[in-house]
Design a binder for this molecule. Sequence first.
Ligand SMILES: Nc1ncnc2c1ncn2[C@@H]1O[C@H](COP(=O)(O)OP(=O)(O)O)[C@@H](O)[C@H]1O
Ligand SMILES: [Mg+2]
Length: 325
Amino acid sequence: MKLRVAVVYGGRSGEHEVSVRSARAIIDGLDRDKYEVLEYFIDKQGKWSPRPMLPEPDAQPEIDVVFPVLHGTFGEDGTMQGLLELAGLAYVGAGVLGSAVSMDKEMTKRVCMERMLPVVDFVALPRGTANVVEACAALPFPVFVKPANLGSSVGISKAHNARELEAAFALAAEYDRKVIVERGIVGRELECAVLGNEAPAASLPCEILPSREFYDYDDKYTLDLAEAQVPANLPPQTTAELRRLAVECYRAVECEGMARVDFLLEASTGKLYINEINTIPGFTSISMYPKMWEHSGLPFPALLDRLIDLALDRQRQRKATRFTR
Ligand SMILES: Nc1ncnc2c1ncn2[C@@H]1O[C@H](COP(=O)(O)OP(=O)(O)O)[C@@H](O)[C@H]1O
Ligand SMILES: [Mg+2]
């Protein structure tokens, strides 16, 4: 019998359109000899069609495994994973904790710091902070200002002076109650794909070559000008170090299934910094996560098989866990 895979996509997020494109690629990529695909679309208001997913155990006997293809808020941040846990369904990717920690740029950094993993200097400030410029005095310009819990560069600006910092903070604070201000790194942007549960593996890394001042929303999705090099042209020891850090970061945030770990390589020092971890990375035809695996010897349909196996594996383990005495 074919495995019935529910692909959940769209969503109440600034990355709704990207999710639709990622889901399309996954739906097309799933081997129909092995899988039957059920689509669950969530519109921008959060309305499900053709049917909602219910939180009660065994409420969806028609589903064997869920593939959440939702980027950003209400999908990649642990909320959808919480619903799927309540429903007792097997699902692809990180669980509630790993998703929530990875979505929050401050928590990711703190968890990494606890394990001595390199992250850039930053300050986290609540919306409504009175003197932002003073609070960031320890960080040299330019700085990057970001909503703590978002993706696709939405609400992110590079600030070159105090006036720009004030404006950047006000913009980021529209998108989140917590804002991160980081030291800007001059250098290269690298990404690494990680796959696995207890024994995660890292792919060959890639390099992103933004066409603009930084890798912003337009560069990621609309202009199609940013270029990527797979595998990244790096000295072997830098590649090895990057892959090691990607796995360490993945373990630190307690990720499962998959994630893309993004790095900054500082030109002046040669130092690698973990920038962020994305638990539901883009899966569109031009996305880096599947591309990196393809270059590492794992073609797209096989990658999807592997992700589904990992989801079922975790489900089996959960079923062997006692929840009462
Ligand atoms: N500290 C930094 N130094 C240099 N560039 C940065 C820094 N932080 C972010 N950027 C640039 O901004 C882009 C988006 O930031 P990122 O933290 O990856 O947010 P998102 O979750 O929206 O992808 C990065 O891809 C990079 O081009
Ligand atoms: Mg990013």
